[in-house]
Design a protein around this ligand. Structure first.
Ligand code: E4P
Ligand code: PEP
Length: 367
């Protein structure tokens, strides 16, 4: 069959010309099994990851009275700077371990409002070459390196296939505001091995995240891939550790005592975990990195005063404050400022240290 310029089909030749009309390339990737065999976790790290997941569960359930703090860069684009950040954070995690369980944001997949760099897995060379095989290995190596420091890791799961390559090294997961309503992501969470938080929607709607917690707590059956990369029916048991992350929305922030109380009550009424994680960044800070310290200060006061609804807190932080504009294919990665975000603005290192001290003191007083 041939298609004329005006788009009318004539009957001759290939029977496949209606397929993949807009696909320019298929490049097979190594299978999850191959990458895991090449870069195994090892017994010690597996033990640490399982222990961190249990501790996070205990915090979410209110059994462990510490505060979960998920903190780190908006995205990992420079693994060397990311490792330096991880080494500094590991010291603070140890220092505050009595009051805080610090988990590093190791985000390799970025959901974009329209277009932009989609993260280390998608484009590790930051030049639009999309070397996903190298990206999967880079992300896995980074998780192994951070794990070696004894620091648990957190990530957003954006694609349904990528978790097969990295999820064994992750202690806490998130589903972002743009995908919480997606059935694909809810099904994925139902089979993930770690506690996972669902963010409220970008419009501020909390109900989508409550629905997501219920859907992911249930067993699900869906299409996925197995360790050999074969399309498979995936049947899951359901994830009982799904919870809510309040990140604010286009209708404003939602970290006030009243907003957290209302969301927590709705979760309880739905039979879901009423203890929530509050994101000090995104719409709760109006994407202003300096405002994150203000939000954390207010939350710390409430924790010191005995709040029981806040199980955890999220902040975006890197070595340098703010963010720099970067468009793959247009900007040169060699010109980037080391340790500064190329996605959302982050708190710098100094304010991060101060914020963690403030939170540790608040927990010491209030819990
Ligand atoms: O932290 C994440 C960003 O806010 C999200 O990926 C959207 O980014 P964008 O609006 O710059 O595309
Ligand atoms: C993308 C993120 O957040 P949100 O989904 O809240 O925009 C993020 O935490 O990196």
């Amino acid at each position: 069959m041939t298609v004329t310029e005006r788009g009318t089909a004539t009957a001759e030749g290939s029977s496949h010309s209606t397929n993949n009309v807009r696909v320019s390339q298929f490049s097979p990737l190594p299978t999850p099994g191959e990458i895991l065999a090449e870069m195994p976790a090892g017994d010690v790290l597996e033990y640490r990851i399982e222990r961190a997941r249990q501790e996070i569960r205990a915090i979410l359930d209110g059994v462990d009275r510490r505060l979960l703090v998920v903190v780190g860069p908006c995205s990992i684009h420079d693994v060397d700077a990311g490792r330096e950040y991880a080494a500094r954070l590991a010291e603070l995690a140890e220092k505050h371990r009595e009051h805080l369980l610090i988990v590093m944001r190791t985000y390799f997949e970025k959901p974009r409002t329209t277009v932009g760099w989609k993260g280390l897995i998608n484009d590790p060379e930051l030049d639009g070459s999309h070397n996903i095989a190298a990206g999967l290995r880079a992300a896995r190596q980074f998780l192994l390196d951070v794990g070696e420091l004894g620091l648990p890791t957190a990530t957003e799961f954006l694609e349904p296939i990528s978790p097969q390559y990295v999820a064994d090294l992750v202690s806490w997961g998130a589903i972002g505001a743009r995908t919480t309503e997606s059935q694909i992501h809810r099904q994925l969470v139902s089979g993930l091995s770690m506690p996972v938080g669902f963010k409220n929607g970008t419009d501020g709607g909390v109900q989508v995240a409550i629905d997501a917690c219920q859907a992911s707590a249930a067993p699900q059956a869906f299409l996925g891939i197995d360790d050999d990369g074969r399309a498979s029916l995936v049947a899951t048991r359901g994830n009982q550790d799904a919870h809510l992350i309040l990140r604010g929305g286009s209708d404003g922030p939602n970290y006030s005592e009243q907003a957290v109380g209302a969301a927590s009550a709705k979760m309880a009424a739905a039979g879901a975990n009423p203890r929530v994680v509050v994101d000090a960044s995104h719409a709760n800070s109006g994407k202003d990195h300096e405002r994150q310290s203000v939000v954390i200060g207010e939350l710390a006061e409430r924790i010191a005063a005995g709040d029981t609804e806040i199980a955890g807190l999220m902040a975006e932080s890197f070595l340098e404050p703010g963010a720099q504009k970067f468009t793959p294919g247009q900007d040169d990665a060699a010109d980037l400022v080391r340790g500064q975000s190329i996605t959302d603005k982050c708190m710098g290192w100094g304010p991060t240290e101060d914020a963690l001290q403030l939170l540790a003191d608040a927990v010491a007083r209030g819990r």
